[in-house]
Design a protein around this ligand. Structure first.
Ligand SMILES: CC(C)(COP(=O)(O)OP(=O)(O)OC[C@H]1O[C@@H](n2cnc3c(N)ncnc32)[C@H](O)[C@@H]1OP(=O)(O)O)[C@@H](O)C(=O)NCCC(=O)NCCS
Length: 260
C-alpha cells in the first residue's frame, strides 16, 4: 500500500487507527469509513497512478461504483495532476500545503487568559462539537451535524485508545479553541482541525494550542516530525510558518460537495 504523499500517508494512518477500511485495488486505494458516511475524506479514492487527460470521468464513475449511495465525490491524487478535464465534471481542485516541523515552537502566550488542556469529560467533548458547529467556515453540507457528531466521537475514541490527544483552550470554563494531534508511525504525528470560536480570534488561542500540542507531541508521543496540512490561500498558514513549520509538499485532491 505504498503512498508517496506525506499528507495522504498521515491521513491513512489516522483512518487505520479509526477503523476505516482501506482496500488496495492496485491503481488506487478505496478508503471507507462506515461510522461516518458523511465524511468526504473518510470515504474516497486515493489514485496512485498518474491521471492522464480524458481519464477523470472514468475515476468519477469508479467512485460511483465504490460509493453508490454517496452524495459527495472525493478523489485524492498521490501524484501531481497535469490534466485539467476534471473542471468539466463539476469537481473542485484542492491543492493544500503540507508543512512540517522537527522542533517545538517557542511558547506563544495569547492576549486572553486561557486554560489549555486535554479534553477528558463528556462535557468537554460536547463543547468540542458545539464549538465546531459555530464555525462559519463549515463546508456546505446538509449533513454537517451528523458528520460533526460522528467526527467528534471518532476523535474521542482515538484519544481514549492512546493514539493522540485533543487540546482545548478554555476561557472562563468554555472551550473557545481546539486542535488534535495523532501519532502516525515512523516518528510522525499529524495535527487535526485547528479551530477557534469566531468571537475569540486574533487573541493567540490557536497559536498557543499548536505550540502546546507540539511540546506534547515531541515529549509524550516521542514524535520526531509534526505534520500540518493547510490551505495556502487561508491565513492559518501564516500562523504555522510563524511557529516554525516549513512547507514540505502539496497535497492534491478533487471534490464535489453534496447538493444543498
Ligand atoms: C485559523 C484559526 C484557527 C486562527 O485562530 P486564532 O485563535 O484567531 O489564531 P491566533 O490568534 O493564534 O492567530 C495567529 C496568527 O495567525 C494569523 N491570523 C489569524 N487570523 C487571521 C486573519 N483573520 N487574517 C489574517 N491573519 C490572521 C495572524 O498572523 C495571527 O497573528 P496576529 O494576530 O499577531 O497578527 C481561526 O481563524 C479559525 O478557526 N478558522 C477556521 C478553521 C480553520 O480553517 N482552521 C485552519 C485549519 S488548517
Amino acid at each position: 500500500m505504498d503512498v508517496t504523499s506525506l499528507g495522504y500517508r498521515t491521513d491513512l494512518a489516522i483512518r487505520r487507527l479509526s477503523g476505516s477500511e482501506i482496500s488496495d485495488r492496485g491503481s488506487h486505494l478505496v478508503i471507507r469509513t462506515p461510522a461516518n458516511p458523511y465524511f468526504w475524506w473518510g470515504n474516497f479514492l486515493l489514485i496512485r497512478e498518474q491521471v492522464r487527460a480524458g481519464e477523470w470521468s472514468g475515476w468519477v464513475a469508479e467512485f460511483a461504483r465504490e460509493f453508490p449511495d454517496a452524495t459527495h465525490i472525493a478523489l485524492g491524487a498521490d501524484r501531481p495532476i497535469d490534466s485539467d478535464d476534471w473542471s468539466d465534471l463539476g469537481l473542485d481542485l484542492q491543492v493544500d500545503t503540507v508543512l512540517t516541523t522537527t522542533a517545538p515552537p517557542p511558547a506563544t502566550p495569547g492576549t486572553v487568559t486561557a486554560e489549555i488542556r486535554p479534553l477528558r469529560s463528556d462535557q468537554d467533548w460536547r463543547q468540542m462539537a458545539d464549538l465546531r458547529l459555530t464555525l462559519p467556515e463549515a463546508p456546505p453540507d446538509p449533513n454537517v451535524a451528523e458528520f460533526t457528531e460522528a467526527k467528534v466521537a471518532e476523535c474521542r475514541a482515538l484519544t481514549e485508545a492512546g493514539h493522540g490527544v485533543w487540546f482545548g483552550a478554555f476561557v472562563d470554563g468554555r472551550m473557545r479553541a481546539g486542535a488534535g494531534l495523532f501519532a502516525c508511525g515512523d516518528g510522525l504525528a499529524r495535527y487535526q482541525s485547528v479551530e477557534t470560536h469566531p468571537d475569540f480570534r486574533r487573541r493567540g488561542l490557536a497559536s498557543s494550542l499548536v505550540a502546546e500540542l507540539a511540546s506534547w507531541g515531541f515529549r509524550q508521543m516521542n514524535a520526531s516530525r509534526l505534520v500540518m496540512v493547510a490551505d495556502p490561500d487561508y491565513h492559518a498558514i501564516q500562523m504555522y510558518r510563524r511557529l516554525g513549520f516549513v512547507d514540505a509538499e502539496p497535497q492534491v485532491g478533487l471534490q464535489r460537495p453534496p447538493a444543498m
